[in-house]
Design a protein around this ligand. Sequence first.
Ligand code: KG4
Ligand code: ZN
Length: 356
Amino acid sequence: MKEKDVLILAIESSCDETAAAVVRNGREVLSNVIASQIALHTQFGGVVPEIASRKHIEQINQVIAGALCEADVTLSDITAIGVTYGPGLVGALLVGVAEAKAIAYAAKKPLIGVHHIEGHVAANFITSYPGKLSSSGILTSVRPELEPPFVCLIVSGGHTHLVIVKDYGEFEIIGRTRDDAAGEAFDKVARAVGLGYPGGPKVDRAAREGDPHAIEFPRAKVEGAPYDFSFSGLKSAVLNYINRAKMTGETIDVPDLAASFQNAVVEALVSRAILAAGEYGYDKLAIAGGVASNSALRAAMAKACEENHFQFYYPEPVLCTDNAAMIGAAAYFEYQKGARHGWDLNAVPNLKLGER
Ligand code: KG4
Ligand code: ZN
């Protein structure tokens, strides 16, 4: 460990993952521990906020201890504590925020509250992750380190935004969804077709066996807003298709339906992101959020970026869905800018992007 190294202990508990990580200088993950609650919520078909909060309380201490241990550091080696303080489920966020404040106060470390979505974007700054190493120990990624400005497509369970990342932690929102978030559409379609929760990865998997052109679903455009998204029409079309098939007694080919739905979502996402990068004159395009782990989206974006001569950035799949390493990366860049929070830091369930 070099003396000038900045080590962030990061905590994330905004939804159904209790996570802690140690990140060096914003780009290198020393540990990334994620305790998922998926199995617990599956029986209810989605996240139950009260259960999520209780489970966070039960797990958070072990998760943090595990992150320090895996990184082979102690609290005294840590420079600052980063924590997600919004947006998310208020009770869930509170667990992480209270824990981060307690540790920072006791260990006399600076406290940095991080916007969850800023964290998702910052996953793209991580260049060295153990999972990225090839068997020969060589980094498989040959891309230069990502630095702003660039265009980022943010697609998670609660957000669908097209932004220009002007500087670290500085965003100009140029497009957003008018209704459902992309991940929400995946989850709703998965539930309707009987794939269950969590929907995104299940649709992704089912779609690999299907024909993306089997069913022609509508591609919605928002009049006068070329970078905005709308997924409710597509979701309704899928639900209508399922209901019609049930009424006429036809069997539904789930892989074909999954692949056709996914193809419609991916086309909408890729076309707008590519248009935005071209029109605004940026040659770097990144993706972030849980849906960024979708294999069809990654493949389509890689192809479109290559055709348009854009440099494409994408986090490792495990860094796309909720984790604390991304929060550590975002906290590092906030720390370098001088951002510090006081002991009055509170959970802000509807925190807007760019707000502090
Ligand atoms: O970023 P995230 O982990 O949590 C939020 O901040 O919302 O995103 C979760 C969302 C869920 O809607 C989930 O179904 C979706 O990301 N997701 C996927 C995939 N993996 C997760 N959607 C499509 N394909 C995937 N492979
Ligand atoms: Zn998230």
